[in-house]
Unconditional design. Structure first.
Length: 445
């Protein structure tokens, strides 16, 4: 299609073609020239899927600081940023009209440059470009282009957006923006829910009692590991999410902890570089369906498709087979278990769920976590729960203080597997002593 660039796009293209060193100015100059005071506008409640997924009854999430670009870029819907206490990452959402989409790379480059220039404390910006006509938040139609741009990779990214070289932390959709195959269900994992006939429930009770009493993998199910080992599994559901993933991975790296990420296939497809980061850093990657849908209402063929699509997506990124599966919402039937077993997947439940997605407050989260953490346990967190991110370092310290080693599901099932050909976690510095948690977000630029 022959598209006549608008003046705005011409300006963006020009900005993206400027020498990259222009973007790495002194912080004081940046603050004087390009930063307006940060504002924290209310989240637009009318946009479905803005946070994916949002369970009924969830309290309002903590307000996340937003950056305001000056001058404004009308394509930028929002720029949020968060810190894990060590690094700071922004997430920029961009929407483009169809005639502008042929310039999506140039726009993404201009946005990355502007965001990093606008806030000197940022270590990375994650850019997600969507079709403006169909944009429905993170859980809506997939983005057209995504990129993870650490500050020290900005020049590489800008070169790629200008058509030069390669950049491995970007993804470009090869299909038109279309509504998702299935809308994600508004459920999160809190309780394990078996659904079936009376006879099914009787059979399931025996099955599950065996798995719960004996521990380990029993008949394709895992509830917990052995209480004789000072190990517990750390698991994150619904990954990956831009902005959150670099922060979670950095926190785990600093603590020297490996975890299992139960991944939504469509998110993995649009942000494959975060899956690669997980694998390269020695974490384990599990299947959490392709669209984050409750499986009991689906036909056996559709259940198989949800699991197969996700396995194929993850194996295509990491080159490794997927071994573990967790059903969204904890909802399952005998058919769900058969489908998972048929694909060689062990279904993993949990023992410890502090309910981070409900935004109960960090003190409540800490109390729940402290009360339930045990040897052989399986801890369930969500990678995009802001309060989880805030208390994760304290979670890790509590486990350390109790001499419980947090690791992947694979290690919980097979103690000693932590030595099996994976990168050793590097503890960046000694764990600080237990202390009060800072519960205040920084909202100043
Ligand atoms: Zn989930």
């Amino acid at each position: 299609m022959n598209v006549r660039p608008t003046p705005l796009l011409l300006a963006l293209l020009l900005a993206a073609s400027l020498p990259a060193q222009a973007s790495v100015q002194k912080p004081t100059a940046l603050r004087a020239l390009q930063v307006t005071p940060a504002s924290v506008p209310a989240r637009p409640a009318s946009v479905p899927g803005q946070v994916q997924p949002v369970a009924p009854g969830t309290l309002a999430a903590p307000r996340i600081p937003q950056l305001t670009l000056d001058p404004n870029m009308p394509e930028v819907q929002k720029v949020e940023y968060l810190s894990n206490g060590h690094i700071e990452v922004a997430g920029a959402v961009v929407t483009l009209e169809q005639p502008e989409q042929s310039c999506a790379r140039a726009v993404a480059g201009a946005v990355a440059r502007r965001v990093l220039a606008a806030r000197a404390q940022l270590d990375e910006v994650d850019v997600s470009v969507y079709d403006k006509g169909t944009y429905g938040g993170f859980g809506g139609p997939s983005p057209l282009l995504t990129a993870s741009v650490p500050r020290d990779r900005l020049n590489d990214f800008l070169a790629w957006t200008a058509g030069q070289g390669t950049y491995e932390r970007a993804w470009v959709s090869t299909t038109p923006a279309t509504p998702p195959l299935r809308a994600p269900d508004r459920v999160r994992e809190l309780t394990v829910n078996f659904l079936g006939s009376v006879a099914d429930k009787a059979a399931d009770a025996v099955h599950h009692t065996t798995a719960k009493v004996l521990g380990g993998v029993q008949g394709g199910l895992l509830y917990h590991g052995s209480s004789r080992e000072s190990l517990a599994a750390l698991t994150f559901d619904d990954a990956p999410h831009p902005m959150y993933e670099p922060l979670v991975l950095d926190t785990l790296r600093r603590a020297g902890v490996h975890a299992t990420f139960f991944v939504i296939g469509r998110n993995a497809r649009a942000y494959p570089y975060f899956i690669r980061d997980m694998a390269e850093q020695g974490h384990e990657i599990g299947n959490h369906t392709f669209h984050h849908v409750r499986l009991p209402p689906l036909t056996p063929a559709d259940v198989k498709q949800e699991l197969t699509l996700t396995d194929q997506t993850l194996q295509g990124i990491t080159g490794k087979p997927v071994r573990y599966f967790r059903p969204p919402g904890g909802d399952y039937t005998p058919a769900t278990l058969r489908a998972a077993e048929g694909l060689g997947l062990t279904t993993v439940f949990w023992t410890d769920d502090p309910g981070d997605f409900q935004n109960p407050g960090v003190n409540v989260l800490l109390e729940r976590y402290t009360r339930t953490l045990r040897r052989g346990g399986v801890v369930l967190l969500h990678d995009n729960a802001p309060e989880m991110l805030q208390v994760l370092p304290m979670f890790l310290r509590i486990a350390d203080a109790r001499n419980i080693t947090l690791d992947t599901v694979g290690v919980l099932v097979k103690p000693g597997a932590q030595n099996d050909h994976r990168p050793a976690p590097t503890r960046a510095r000694p764990a600080p002593a237990l202390g009060p948690v800072d519960v205040t977000y920084t909202t100043q630029p």
